[in-house]
Ligand binder design. Structure first.
Ligand SMILES: Cc1ncc(COP(=O)(O)O)c(C=O)c1O
Length: 476
């Protein structure tokens, strides 16, 4: 049985189920497996023709043993999770010119790639909790897409009470309404006014709630943000799928361009590569919030002030999963990670040695995409290929195009949201909102009833726990 350790090295090792249900390790670190399962050439050959749910079953079975979740139950959980996707292939690929392919990760119920892992992870939570006869309270911070995915996945789960926190005005109305119009007893939306650092401020709020032992225990707090191991684990599957769709033969290299924010998705890609998937180049595509590009290019990992961009879901200054990536790259040296983390918390930045920098930047290229380039990429895809992408997908395609001439083999560009979630940017880019930029569920949400709590950044740390206590006392 694989054990899970904390990246900060000061929490007891736990089994898979405990790592998932805890979310964050008690020392504040993130859970990581003692070792990665490996895939063989033959397994990849055997998996070539599998559907997405079938492939997910193969890959996730490498992490989840039969004693923890019997194979038949795992299959049922996976099938239930992907049955909510509207596309028969679950994750289709759209060919562009020049051996580039868009991996459309947005056909889930809330129209972003977050559904791909969130549906399964929330179902898994519910499965474990019902088996134990327990309940948990999930606190979910969102830069626009995680919240709706968690809200939708929580509907009807009596084992869970799910609280979504979003920064007022820094996500689109469409994203906000996907949360506030879910009117079920166990899902609660909370808007926080005056966040200067977007969803990073909400991560701080949640960090404080977790650090309060009495509150954490009273509420049975957990998290399904990408600090939760099960989220990044589940996101490895779409790299396997993209690889098997585009490698001419098993063993050929396939490249990936990924719009990065908290680095969960890219960390999963890097994990797939460490499991033996023949991944070529990994292009870390970012907007003008330069934290990841600076870390990978210079070895200095520093907090920054957030700029608001058209790719707002990746306006993130603290990419939590970069710490997981650092842990893996620095050979699981938890003492080093803890020292770096303490420096980062104290000074707002940490400078890695040249050897460490070489280790964690190996295999990555970076590209920064300005708002102008997001618009230009969206426009050219629309005009030349009659294909509409959301601003985050445009970030990935812009980065892939930038490197196209230098990289051989297919480049799979991850399209992480449906364009209908960002209508204003689409209008700016192409001067209209065509049918491809609309979605019935978002149209319906425009006139649906809403429910939300509203607090100000200045007093959220007092008000949020107070309201959660009151509501939970009445709910359970
Ligand atoms: C649409 C979209 N694209 C990309 C990302 C970045 O993913 P990650 O935070 O895993 O890097 C996010 C979420 O943060 C997102 O909502």
């Amino acid at each position: 049985m694989t054990l899970y350790h904390s990246t900060l090295g000061q929490a007891p090792a736990v089994d898979f189920e405990t790592a998932v249900l805890n979310g964050l390790a008690p020392d504040g670190g993130m859970y990581v497996p003692a070792e990665f399962p490996q895939v063989t050439h033959q397994q990849l050959e055997d998996w070539k023709e599998l559907s997405y749910p079938e492939l997910a079953h193969k890959v996730l079975s490498l992490f989840i043993d039969e004693m923890t979740v019997p194979s038949a139950d795992l299959k049922t959980l996976i099938n239930a999770s992907f049955s909510t996707f509207s596309h028969p292939e679950v994750i289709p690929h759209q060919p562009l010119t020049d051996d580039c392919y868009v991996q459309e990760l947005f056909h889930g119920p809330t129209l972003s790639f977050k559904d791909v892992a969130m549906g399964f992870v929330v179902n898994l939570f519910d499965y474990f909790l019902r088996r134990r006869g327990e309940r948990r309270t999930l606190m979910v911070a969102t830069s626009g897409d995680t919240g709706p995915a968690a809200a939708y996945a929580s509907i009807g789960k009596t084992s869970l009470s799910t609280w979504l926190f979003f920064p007022t005005g820094l996500i689109t109305d469409e994203q906000a309404r996907q949360m506030t119009t879910i009117l079920v007893p166990n899902v609660h939306s909370v808007a926080i006014d005056n966040c200067r650092n977007g969803s990073d401020d909400l991560d701080t709020l949640i960090g404080h709630c977790f650090a309060d032992d009495a509150f954490r225990e009273e509420m049975n707090l957990s998290s399904v943000n990408s600090i939760n191991w099960a989220r990044v684990m589940t996101q490895t599957v779409h790299y396997f799928y993209g690889y098997l769709r585009h490698a001419k033969q098993v063993g050929d290299l396939v490249n990936f361009a990924v719009p990065c924010g908290a680095f969960g998705n890219m960390c999963a890609g890097s994990m797939a590569s460490q499991m033996g998937l023949p991944v070529g180049e990994m292009i870390v595509a970012t907007n003008t919030n330069l934290v990841l590009s600076q870390a990978l290019e210079t070895g200095v990992f520093a907090k920054i002030d957030i700029k608001n961009t058209f790719a707002s879901a990746i306006d993130i200054s603290i990419p939590m999963n970069f710490w997981r990536h650092l842990y893996f790259s620095l050979d699981g040296d938890a003492d080093r990670i803890r020292a770096a983390w303490e420096t980062y918390e104290l000074k707002g930045e940490v400078r890695f040695s040249p050897a460490e920098h070489a280790a964690f930047s190996n295999g990555f290229r970076t590209y920064t995409v300005s708002d102008e380039e997001i618009l230009a990429t969206t426009r050219s895809l629309w005009q030349q290929e009659n294909y509409l992408l959301d601003p985050h997908g445009a970030v990935a395609v812009a980065a892939a195009r930038h490197y196209r001439a230098q990289i051989s083999g297919p480049i799979v560009c991850l399209a992480t949201a449906h364009p209908s979630k960002f209508p204003e940017t689409i209008r700016l880019a192409i001067g209209e909102l065509p049918a491809q930029g609309c979605h019935d569920s978002l149209e319906a949400a425009r006139s649906a009833g809403e429910r939300k709590y509203i607090f100000d950044f200045a007093n959220m740390q007092q008000e949020v726990p107070r309201v959660m206590r009151t509501v939970m006392t009445n709910q359970f």
